[in-house]
Write a protein that binds this ligand. Structure first.
Ligand code: HEM
Length: 377
């Protein structure tokens, strides 16, 4: 597609709107910054996707978050959350993330086997995000259950109806939790979101739930895939794995290379044409859906020499795994920190590891937005 049909029309997506797939690096960059593409979801699309009444109101409410808004609303929400989600807060998490990685690996070392996804890449980010938000310990397993159900439903629009009760309960739980924090502020992100203010402008209650929802969705499976895809790439390239074990200071460039080589997010989220756009001889009509493939752009040979080659020391690596423009990933510093600690700690503590099934037996997650395996035994 990238060579022959860089603006590709498709019907192979779970939506009925006319949809275009963008695969070249330069086009991806310019469209991610293009003001003619909007994030605000057309009402007809929400009605079609969430036709069940109860689901529609709960989802529509949770969906009304920053990643689905355009300026000026987006700029306002982003500045308010940015005030709470500071680089210092992220850096302070380092020792705790290290502890979590070690605890998960203690169990692995004991068992002498693991599923890289289920036993390590999956639990680590959900523990981190629930601690950041300040989910009480006694609620964590319930919280994990809901967030897993939501992530699942997010990926499988066709199965959303099955989890209506989970969505409704989760929504109620968040409402109660925010109400409790409003009465007794603590040292956590929910309290920081409640307090965050710029010139006396604050997030309203109805803006806080979708923000928490976004942080869970955006921050979880993406990071699972960074850890899973990164370690999988090392399994496939023993020379690179050896290099990283021997020279751990390559971890920074290695993480950037994993993000480029096997991008955790295959497509940027939905963007809708606010007016007609002409590109490479094609016409994208008003209200058409545009899907920009970050994973394809990150392997574009015009930008990356030897794009299909994994090189953990790659120097010029301006990948767009975290997106580009105003919606650039808010959690990128946290994701990088989690990825570095998870991958480096596993390499330090487990001197040798190998796949226990054939590479061809690994199953991809059933989603077109994310890119990663269901399980890596
Ligand atoms: C946005 C990727 C981890 C929070 C994005 C976008 C991408 C992305 C591509 C932009 C989507 C678009 O423009 O359509 C990733 C990857 C991650 C990761 C690859 C892990 C390796 C995280 C984490 C958090 C987070 C850990 C927070 C806990 C967000 C938020 C946005 C976002 C809030 C929306 C920003 C906005 O609309 O202004 N992420 N993300 N992400 N990400 Fe991440």
């Amino acid at each position: 597609l990238r060579t022959d049909d860089p603006v590709h029309y498709t019907t192979q997506v779970p939506f009925s709107n006319p949809t275009w797939i963008i695969t070249r690096y330069d086009d991806a960059i310019s469209l991610l910054k293009d003001k003619r593409l909007l994030k605000k979801t057309p009402v007809t699309f929400i009605e079609e996707q969430f036709s069940e009444d109860s689901l529609q109101s709960d989802w529509a409410n949770l969906f009304n978050h920053m990643l689905n808004t355009d300026p000026p609303d987006h700029s306002r929400l982003r500045s308010l959350v940015q005030k709470a989600f500071t680089p210092r807060m992220v850096e302070n998490l380092r020792p705790r993330i290290q502890d979590i990685a070690n605890q998960l690996l203690d169990q692995v070392v004991k068992n002498n086997q693991m599923d890289l996804i289920q036993d390590y890449a999956f639990p680590l980010p959900i523990i981190v995000i629930s601690e950041i938000l300040g989910i009480p310990i006694e609620d964590r397993s319930q919280f994990r259950h809901w967030s897993n159900a939501i992530i699942y439903a997010f990926n499988r629009p066709d199965r959303r109806k099955q989890i209506i009760p989970e969505i409704v309960n989760f929504n109620h739980y968040l409402k109660e939790l925010v109400a409790k924090r409003q009465q007794h502020l603590q040292d956590d992100l929910i309290s920081a979101l409640i307090q965050s203010s710029i010139n006396s402008d604050k997030l309203s209650e109805s803006e806080i739930y979708p923000m928490i929802f976004l942080l869970i969705i955006a921050g979880h499976e993406t990071t699972v895939n960074l850890i899973g895809n990164g370690l999988f790439s090392l399994l496939q390239h023993p020379d690179q794995c050896e290099k990283l074990r021997n020279y751990p200071y390559y971890i920074d460039t290695a993480i950037e290379e994993f993000l480029r080589y096997m991008s955790p997010v295959e497509f940027a989220t939905n963007r809708w044409a606010a007016e007609e756009i002409h590109l490479h001889g094609k016409t994208i009509a008003k209200n058409d859906l545009v899907l920009i493939s970050l994973a394809s752009a990150n392997r574009d040979p015009t930008q990356f020499p030897h794009p299909n080659h994994l090189d953990i020391t790659r120097q010029k690596n301006e990948h767009i795994a975290f997106g580009k423009g105003i919606h650039f990933c808010l959690g990128a510093p946290l994701a990088r920190l989690e990825g570095q600690i998870a991958i480096q700690t596993l390499l330090q503590r487990i001197p040798q590891f190998e796949l226990s099934v054939d590479r061809d037996q690994l199953e991809w997650q059933a989603t077109f937005l994310m890119r990663g395996f269901k399980s890596i035994p």
